[in-house]
Design a protein around this ligand. Sequence first.
Ligand code: AHR
Length: 503
Amino acid sequence: MAELLINDMKMEGHINPELQGQFSEHLGRGIYEGIFVKEDSGIPNVNGMRQDVVNALKKIHVPVLRWPGGCFADEYHWMDGIGPRDQRKKMVNTNWGGVIEDNSFGTHEYFELLSQLGCKSYINGNVGSGTVREMSEWMEYMMFGGKSPMADLRRANGHDAPWHVDWFGVGNENWGCGGNMRPAYYADLYRRYQSFLRQYDPEHPVKKVACGPNSGDQNWTRKVLDACCEGVAPEQHGLMDGLSLHYYTVPTGVWSHKGSSLDFSEEEWYQTFRQTLVMEDLIRAHSAIMDQYDPEKQIGMVVDEWGTWYDVEPGTNPGFLYQQNTTRDAIVAGINLNIFNKHCDRVKMTCIAQTINVLQSMILTEGEKMTLTPTYHVFDLYHHHQDAELLESTLTGDEMTGTKGEVPVEIPALSESVSEKDGVITVTMTNADLAKAYPVNIRFASARPSKVTGRIVTGAMNAHNTVDQTDNVKAEDFTEARITGDGVAFEIPPRSVVLLQFC
Ligand code: AHR
């Protein structure tokens, strides 16, 4: 029997909508085919954006979309992606499959997509192979409303009004694909590049994100913060608004054989969640370092790449990172989103990798057909947390679960987070146990809800959707929760993610 105590008298921080952000890179079929099909493809679209995908993404309230990479960002030269499409310079996408990138999706197309989705912008600039001038002129092109060479070029290319850049990443994985730099060297580059990212709209300053660590690399975090804060006034918080963190769930923990998305054992099931729970350790460890340099928590932790990473589907291009998505992925998403909520005092944005057809996607497409993944349905449950206040919650009596093979993989069966918005209390909970349902008693410090509603995503261990069988895993009504004398009681089924709302 688990007990969930909700202290509705204690708010612990604001859950930025951006905690449920997305990431789309020029990688495989993520952008091309996944969302941008061009006007004459025969697939229903508006200005080239396929409408089945846009409509589905609107339903989960995508708050922000990171683009154009990823590793691709540090090879991307934005000027190649503007002007008449048939005259744009082509390039080899050396990071992802060596295919020809025709640059038909560029800055104008990105902002067109954002306007259709109604979400914020997060652009990742090129430090690895780009210049300060290039990055600075991109900002002028996008954001300057007056007369200037770049603003006039934007107008000549058909967009009169400036766009707004909400977040700007100064390089990506500069410890790896973004230049193999050492932290002090990157930090100096960060200081220099960010100096020329002008604030053209002082009312809505662009938030600058520095490249943060690769999973557990605390040395990178410490050295970058040390060098960026040196000689800088505390109120300038290291000249940054965010520091990124990348961490992927690789079930085996071994990159050379990550495991299959569909064909996995019970042990791999639990191993996957054990790897997922590392996210909380990482957030704690890097937060502790950030606290030393930024006790006021002005620098947001930006987990702008997370999600499952398996071996690619057999027969697909290894450079395209295409993988299926099962009930296991739904629970991984639920656990991670609960962790992010619980650390919303420091975590200000996250972007799951990646929205369509790449890694842990929301949507998979095949030609004109598409399907929503189990992960999509979890985002559909969790969007109620967006812009809500995190409530203190304590889960006790939870049991450890997992198989005991050669490697013990015991993990807590349940995870949870709780928020309140407009008088409605939202609880999201996951149960990673393969076989066991857990009775849960919810008690409130002061609230006495009179009504409870619920939704659930559940399925067999490797249940998944395809473009021909789209409803194997979906969000359904969950009516098991009952108001009791002093709270709410229900049983959380095995292999499930549950949403409960009280008023
Ligand atoms: O999301 C795929 C890749 O993973 C990104 O391009 C890179 O930043 C990371 O290594």
